[in-house]
Design a protein around this ligand. Structure first.
Ligand code: OSB
Ligand code: MG
Length: 375
């Protein structure tokens, strides 16, 4: 049981080592919303809201999430004993549509807190089985194919199990060809368009079939499930949906319509762990592989992704790169690491999220702070 006495929200700024460009926008410095959930028993745990700076990937941003948490979501939880974190999703969903990332931050934080109170590591608490999770890297759009090849080769040398190339019109077929030619044979390669294309581009995208990609992620708009199905019929390469899968029903639609054959599960995008789990189970029943996506999280959000990816049907490498891929220094100890085989260890001994937050460093990075308490 959890019983939240207060929630602290803060925004920290954390500069990426290198700007990250996707088809819909670029980020150089993350504005990260961290939450600290305090239980009436005195136990506390950290959580992260994965909403971005701009409403490009999804309609949410850090600012809309802050507002939604403060005005609508936190008041539903504060000062009301909650039997199990599994009930938080329904509690937050009733008559509040959208705002999945804001909901997910509280919902996953409830799992983190409940795990800590139960004296269990988060991965075991949710039924995770893997002790290490295989990891890929997501490489942003570069100014030319040479720059992309250089980064992809470095990533293979580092041990990453899957190389994902961000693409957009004008930076696609020739960029992917250059990387495929340069990489060792058999390297798992894929691309992610973040909705940059339309069905008119089907013939153009079919050129990517030559490169034996593991999948093409989200070529069309998030609402285009029918059009994704039409596109899938014209491609040999499997489509994977990311932005489109915002709940279990959208995943059922994807399966019924054959809009895609693989799902990228981001717990933030679907409102948290409960729905991630249902999507995971639905996909397992339908032989759809899933993998855990990322949103350039700090070490706190990463803890939740790594724990989720330890569930059994996460059969493909996730976007779960180690701390050093993103930051000069992460905000957690120990930092997230990856071994030479591209495996990230899942914390399996410490209760809760499994990493400590460096409070002095967080304080120094904080630009905004607010305490929400029961009114
Ligand atoms: O589409 O998967 C995406 C980052 C921000 C927004 C959308 C996406 C991404 C990534 C980053 O690909 C993956 C990571 O966190 O390493
Ligand atoms: Mg994606």
């Amino acid at each position: 049981m959890i019983d939240l006495s207060r929630i602290e929200l803060r925004e920290i700024r954390l500069k990426l080592k290198e700007p990250f460009r996707i088809s819909s926008g670029i980020v150089e410095e993350r504005r990260i919303l961290l939450l600290e959930l305090f239980d009436a028993d005195g136990v506390s745990e950290w959580a992260e809201c994965v909403a971005g700076e701009q409403p490009n990937y999804s309609p949410e941003t850090i600012d809309t999430a802050w507002f939604a948490i403060k005005e609508w979501l936190a008041p539903r939880m504060l000062g009301k004993p909650i039997g199990s974190p599994e009930s938080v999703h329904d509690l937050l969903e009733r008559n509040i549509s959208g705002h999945n990332m804001a909901k997910a931050a509280l919902e996953m934080g409830s799992y983190g807190l409940a795990a800590k109170k139960a004296g269990q590591p988060l991965s075991l608490f949710i039924g995770g089985e893997r002790e290490r999770v295989p990891t890929g890297i997501s490489i942003g759009i570069q100014k030319n194919p040479e720059a992309l090849v250089e980064r992809a080769l470095r990533a293979v040398k580092d041990g990453y199990r899957k190389i994902k190339l961000k693409i957009q019109p004008g930076a696609d077929v020739e960029f992917v060809r250059a990387v495929r030619t340069a990489l060792p044979k058999g390297t798992e390669l894929m691309s992610d368009a973040n909705s940059a294309y339309s069905l008119k581009d089907a013939d153009h995208l079919a050129q990517l079939d030559d490169f034996g990609l593991l999948m093409i992620e989200q070529p069309l708009h998030r609402d285009d499930l029918v059009r994704h199905a039409q596109l899938q019929k014209r491609l040999r390469t499997r489509l994977c949906l990311d932005e489109s899968i915002t709940d279990v029903a959208r995943c059922e639609d994807m399966i019924a319509l054959q809009s895609g054959r693989i799902v990228n599960i981001k717990p933030g995008r679907v409102g948290g762990y409960t729905i991630s789990r249902r999507i995971h189970d639905l996909c397992r029943q339908n032989n759809i592989p899933v993998w855990c996506g990322g949103m350039l999280e700090s070490g706190v959000g990463r803890a939740y992704n790594v724990a989720l990816a330890s569930l059994p049907n996460f059969s493909l490498p996730g976007d779960l790169s180690p701390s050093a891929r993103y930051w000069e220094r992460d905000i957690v100890t120990p930092e997230w690491t990856m071994d030479a085989n591209g495996l990230v260890p899942v914390p399996r001994s410490k209760p809760g999220i499994g990493v400590d937050v460096d409070r002095g460093r967080i304080d120094a990075l904080t630009v905004k702070r607010e305490t929400l308490a029961r009114t």
